[in-house]
Structure formats: structure tokens, C-alpha cells
Design a protein around this ligand. Structure first.
Ligand code: FE2
Length: 175
């Protein structure tokens, strides 16, 4: 599984340490999302949005496993580091659930907003990590991170499609 040997010297470089810490951060975030997404799916009004969250839950499980492969490829233990940003974004999603009526499209609108903030955080993180992996020559990590980055992009597009197809418009006519 570990095709490249990472030298101790490289492991001690500040950039490598930053890289590993950021992987720990997104690893925490993905694991936290495994708990948050079922709640968001349950809160959704439309079956389309519920399904989008359920599908993303399955994909998130794959993202967690992929990160474990990234750790292994770097000869590092899979450890988490609390991601304060994602913690805050999930808190915002909870607030939206509290502040909107059950069974409304306004709630779906808010949930899509919250989920897209999460996606954009993930896209920024995976994009940077993929680039760092590339410049440091961690080919396997680079490919794994790119695969997840592509899936986060698709999830973001899917959420936009749900919003534009009917949620925003129906939300507008609610009183
Ligand atoms: Fe993810």
C-alpha cells in the first residue's frame, strides 16, 4: 500500500507538517459530516434534497476511507484535529433548522445554503491539499485528493440544480 518512502527529514519539514495537519482537519470534518448529514436529510422538505443529502452521506463515507489511504500513503497515523470552521458551519445548519418551519421550501433553501458553504470549504481544502501533494511529490495522495475534490464539485453542482429547479421559486411564494 505504501509505495513511496517518506524520509524522516521530509516528515520534519514545516510544509509537510502543515500538510499533515490540514489532512487531520479535513478528516475530522468528514467524520463530523457523517453525523450531521442524516440530521439534514431528515430535516429536508423535498424528497430531492433529502436524496441529495443521503447520497452525499454515502460519498462522505468514501471520503473518510480515502483520507485513511492518504495517511497510509504518507506513512502517517490517521488522526483527527478539530476543524473549528466546519464545527461552525454545522452549527449554522442547526440554527437554520431551528429557525425555519418544518415542511417548507424556505427550510430547504436554508439547508442548501448551509450545505453549499460546507462544500465550498471542502473544495478549498481539497484543492489546496491536492496542489501541496503535487508539489511535494506525493503522487498517490495527490490522486486520492483529486478524486474527492471532483466529487465535492459534483455535490455542489447537484445542490445548485435542486435549488434552481424548484426550491427557490417555491420558497418565494411561501408566507
Ligand atoms: Fe467530502
Amino acid at each position: 500500500m505504501n509505495t513511496q518512502k517518506i524520509s524522516d527529514r521530509m516528515k520534519q519539514s514545516p510544509l509537510h507538517q502543515l500538510f499533515v495537519e490540514e489532512i487531520q482537519d479535513i478528516y475530522w470534518a468528514e467524520k463530523h459530516l457523517l453525523k450531521a448529514l442524516p440530521k439534514m436529510a431528515e430535516a429536508a422538505t423535498s424528497t430531492e434534497l433529502r436524496k441529495a443529502f443521503e447520497d452525499h452521506l454515502d460519498i462522505t463515507q468514501i471520503h473518510v476511507e480515502r483520507l485513511e489511504r492518504v495517511f497510509a500513503s504518507l506513512d502517517e497515523k490517521a488522526e483527527t484535529k478539530t476543524c473549528e470552521a466546519l464545527k461552525g458551519l454545522i452549527r449554522e445548519a442547526d440554527e437554520i433548522i431551528d429557525d425555519t418551519e418544518e415542511g417548507t421550501m424556505v427550510r430547504d433553501c436554508g439547508l442548501i445554503l448551509a450545505a453549499q458553504k460546507v462544500e465550498h470549504y471542502e473544495i478549498a481544502t481539497y484543492g489546496t491539499l491536492r496542489t501541496l501533494a503535487a508539489i511535494m511529490g506525493h503522487k498517490e495522495a495527490q490522486e486520492l485528493l483529486q478524486a474527492t475534490l471532483d466529487e465535492e464539485h459534483s455535490a455542489d453542482v447537484e445542490l445548485t440544480q435542486v435549488a434552481m429547479s424548484f426550491v427557490n421559486e417555491e420558497a418565494m411564494s411561501e408566507r
